[in-house]
Write a protein that binds this ligand. Sequence first.
Ligand SMILES: N=CN[C@@H](CCC(=O)O)C(=O)O
Ligand SMILES: [Mn+2]
Ligand SMILES: [Mn+2]
Length: 326
Amino acid sequence: MALPALTVDVPPQPWTGRFDGDGREHRRWWQAVSRYAPGSTASSAPAGLSALPASRPAVLLGFASDEGVRRNRGRPGAALAPTALRAALGPLAFHLDRTVSDAGDVVVAGGALEAGQARAGLAITAMLDAGQLTVVLGGGHETAFASYLGLAGSEAIRAGKRLGVLNLDAHFDLRDEPVPSSGTPFLQMAAAEAAAGRGLRYAVVGISEPNNTGALFSTAERLGVRYLRDEDCTAERTRAFVDDFIAGVDVLYLTIDLDVLPASVAPGVSAPAAYGVPLPVISAVCRQVAESGKLLHVDVAELNPAFDVDGRTATVAARLVNTVLR
Ligand SMILES: N=CN[C@@H](CCC(=O)O)C(=O)O
Ligand SMILES: [Mn+2]
Ligand SMILES: [Mn+2]
């Protein structure tokens, strides 16, 4: 049965990159990525209902939003990130054992963040239920609540799979504010999970103590959030922390806030990190999650092309997306 078309605001655009030839041995992302076609999904089982096939198809969805960053009094510009991320992914050599398609962008315009999150959520749910590994290219970290809406609506979560939310981030993003922003998504998730009679399983790698107030640490404590401070993120401790978290869940949502990386590696974000977690540690987490067999959904957030230096942050983000999909 053909599935209904997805509702996005901008359909997938042509990809570009260096051309070395048409053969498989020359293939780069721009040559491999196809336009997402809902009716042609290979798997008939919704993702997460049984074991997740290692090489199931992945689909990219852009969430062009910086309204959450603006509301959080940060530096706007992340709305341009999906385009910059595709431009950075396009030239990379394609070595993946899965197919990748592009579903286009949901665009948050005129400050209508909540409506945009709801639209993206519906699209993500549809793609998860079609057996896809969903990859959202944010957007400010308000992207995470769009991701959550998509996950919460999916057959896997509604069937009772225990979801773990693993955030690579210098910040908790547990702000208690009257309006949703890039600083609130995980408190919003906690509230939504409580309303559904569940608890939020939330872990953060890379917390910067000076960049999170006592109030945020108290909220994290109250919610039972597991976290590893940036200064404690050695390769060994991070691996053990992530392993332990993964062991207690059935399926994983990985969210990569690029400000978890040192400012020298990721200058193009709203709030660059003075300390940051080294790229090899973050990359190893991405590989660990990919190899867990539990990854249901991933997003990358907070890229701000307006503050990037030589596309450095976009290039790193593209590399991490490539690693997660290996
Ligand atoms: N996405 C959230 N970011 C941080 C921003 C911190 C800052 O601008 O200093 C937060 O709200 O805590
Ligand atoms: Mn964040
Ligand atoms: Mn952050």
